[in-house]
Design a protein around this ligand. Structure first.
Ligand code: PRX
Length: 637
């Protein structure tokens, strides 16, 4: 039995939740099957019809250029800019004074922006960036917490054609340094600090440390968030608020006309090697994909308040806090800090306060909240909610049912959206009018030709596990790995010739519902965060006492997976609990607190293939008590 076949023994649910008549009536898509069939048969025509709903400076000549697979191009000849669709087009309509962004800080402060005020802030900051010489094609690294300035910075970069590279504010100085160096950013935007769970994270201090070895950065713009004193290098550092008061920060700037295929952003994500991949997305296709998925899946209407509780530092925040909702002219909510601080009802208080209609979060967050019991959500009026969402990892059926019952009050459909940094947009997901099955992420989105392959590239029958693949390109797909076209081709398109390999194992039931089981590569999802085992291992071996290490993910009730590290110490080093703690905190410093191993086991050696590759699957099998032979077969030698 192969590793993939071990999934066959898992049962899937027969439980079906039908949408109410009202949900179907109010949905943009009332008949999934009909539209899906059309979108696959007439794929380019379908995407053309969607793309026409957006504004273009110049209409495109061709929908899809597939002349050089897997380097697909969409809407070629078209001129656009994501900001043209996310802001500019709204300020000349009734949306001008509509709320675009509602922000809640962890310390209880609140800020709101209308489309017009956000547009002006973005213009001002875009002018500031230009005054520092940032121009079309330059990269700008953004290391900011969940505050409005992160959205303003991203939009300002896009507006002038600069490529933003957001680094999650939970990453360490070393991780930030590597990402700045890879992107070669001359400008960094950061903050004095961030609030999380009642604590202050000293971002500027971390950024300064990162910059000691990245001479490429010439300018640092510092947003004042905590107001605490930070070290300022007057030849390099400038406060954001002071710059925004200068005459140069004019409230008007013409949006740069970009080719559809011009880069919009790089977002680093983990893969199977220690080096993170710079996933590159472009203006045209990404605008189209995030626009239509937000609209059809969350059924966003003009009078809705939409809240995605992710961090803008990850793809979910890029696509579904900022770009997708703004292109739809929605009111998007951003919340800084922890869901449990000061109390575990913080989120439900916010839902009630702002009358949130659509709420999108991760299974990890729901599991974390569930621990405290339903009395916390029950203290609040959640009747504004209409649609719920889940993302980042498989949602266990019992968690799904709790979310459905205690948050959605059995009224709100749950959109379990399966997608990736690479995909830019939802690929497999329900729409509100589709009957739901707990634990299933539903069916492929329109235009998405998803399948499940066996080892030889044949589609597997219902109920069988296999490799999740996408057989047709889609507009919001990544265009390449930044400066590494070979890796792009090899990682995603080489196992099954020109078919996109997602890196997940999945199966499908006889009704065509997909069930994603988890990663098949050396990537672990910990609390929904994506981490590479090789990255964590590299961080572990930076400790002077460590000779070698191997990392695995272990099933965990709240986090989905926990991190276990097997560590071989250098000769004559004594094993101790203090050393274990020291290795853990060293990983925190090197990579970031999210990557700290939950468990460390000192071992004398690691199982390896003949060519010296560590057999992590064997370690995992031993650790969780599965037959080693069963799962070691896919280990490549
Ligand atoms: O394993 C899948 C899991 O998250 C991976 C992508 O991670 P990342 O690029 O960080 O993007 C996360 C947010 C889109 C996938 O390969 N994943 C994501 N959503 C789901 C999921 N697994 C199961 N169900 C989901 N809904």
């Amino acid at each position: 039995m192969s590793y993939l076949e071990t999934f066959d023994s898992l049962t899937y649910e027969k439980e079906v939740y039908k949408p109410s008549k009202e949900t179907v009536k109010n949905s943009y898509v009332d008949n999934y099957d009909r539209l899906y069939e059309y979108s696959i048969k007439e794929n380019e025509k379908f995407w053309d019809e969607i793309a026409k709903q957006l504004n273009w400076f110049r209409h495109y000549d061709k929908v899809l250029d597939a002349s050089d697979p897997p380097f697909y191009k969409w809407f070629t000849g078209g001129k656009t800019n994501i900001v043209y669709n996310a802001l500019d087009r709204h300020v000349t309509t009734f949306r001008k004074n509509k709320l675009a962004l509602i922000w809640e800080g962890e310390d209880g402060c609140e800020r709101v922006y209308t489309y017009f005020s956000l547009y002006k802030e973005v213009n001002k900051f875009a002018n500031v960036l230009k005054s520092f010489g940032v121009k079309k094609g330059d990269t700008v690294t953004i290391y900011l917490p969940n505050i409005p300035e992160i959205a303003i910075s991203m939009l300002a970069c896009a507006k002038i054609g600069a490529i933003h590279s957001v680094v999650y504010a939970g990453f360490s100085a070393f991780a930030l340094r590597d990402r700045i160096s890879d992107a070669q950013s001359k400008l960094l935007i950061t903050a004095d600090g961030a609030y999380r769970g009642g604590k202050v994270i000293e971002l500027k201090k971390i950024a300064d440390e990162a910059l000691t070895k990245t001479p490429v950065v010439q300018t640092v713009i510092v947003v004042r968030r905590t107001g605490k004193e930070v070290a300022i290098d007057t030849s390099r550092d400038f406060y954001y608020d002071e710059l925004m008061k200068l005459p140069i920060a004019n409230t008007y700037l013409k949006t740069e006309e970009m080719d559809s295929e011009d880069p919009l952003f790089i977002l680093y994500t983990s893969g199977t090697t220690g080096k993170p991949k710079g996933i590159l997305h472009v203006h045209g296709g990404y605008s189209v994909g995030t626009y239509i998925t937000s609209k059809y899946v969350f059924n966003i209407n003009d009078n809705d308040t939409y809240w995605c509780a992710a961090d803008p530092g990850w793809i979910t925040g890029h696509s579904y806090i900022i770009y997708g909702p703004l292109i739809n002219g929605a009111t998007t909510v951003m919340v800084e800090g922890s869901p449990y601080y000061p109390y575990p009802d913080r989120w439900w208080k916010i839902v009630e306060k702002h009358g949130v209609n659509i709420f999108y979060t991760s299974p990890t967050a729901i599991r974390g909240i569930m621990r405290f019991g339903e009395n916390w959500p029950n203290r609040h009026n959640l009747s504004s909610l209409k649609i719920l969402g889940s993302v980042g990892e498989p949602i266990n059926p019992e968690v799904w049912r709790w979310y459905h019952k205690h948050i959605g009050k059995e009224r709100c459909p749950i959109m379990d959206t399966w997608w990736q940094t690479e995909s830019g947009m939802f690929l497999i997901t329900p729409v509100p009018s589709l009957p739901l099955k707990p634990g299933s992420c539903g069916k492929p989105f329109f235009g998405i030709d998803a399948d499940i392959f066996d080892e030889s590239g044949k589609s597997v029958e219902a109920g069988k596990g296999g490799y999740l693949v996408i057989k047709k390109p889609w507009p919001a797909m990544m265009r390449t790995i930044y400066k590494d076209e070979d890796r792009y081709k090899k990682t995603y398109f080489s196992k099954f010739n020109d078919v996109y390999l997602a890196g997940d194992a999945a199966k499908r039931d006889k009704d065509g519902y997909f069930y994603v089981m988890g990663r098949i590569d050396d990537v672990i999802k910990v609390s929904g965060y994506r981490l590479g085992t090789a990255e964590i291992e590299s961080a572990i071996i930076t400790h002077e006492a460590v000779a070698e290490s191997a990392v695995i993910g272990k099933p965990h009730d709240i986090k989905g997976n926990s991190i276990k590290a097997f560590v071989v110490l250098k000769p004559n080093i004594e094993k101790s609990d203090t050393l274990m703690d020291d290795i853990r905190s060293n990983v925190g410093k090197t990579l970031g607190p999210i990557a700290k191993p939950d468990e460390i086991e000192f071992v004398d050696s690691l199982p390896k293939t003949r060519s010296g590759k560590i057999m992590r699957r064997v370690l995992k099998a031993r650790d969780i008590g599965i037959d080693e032979g069963d799962i070691s077969t896919i280990e490549e030698d």
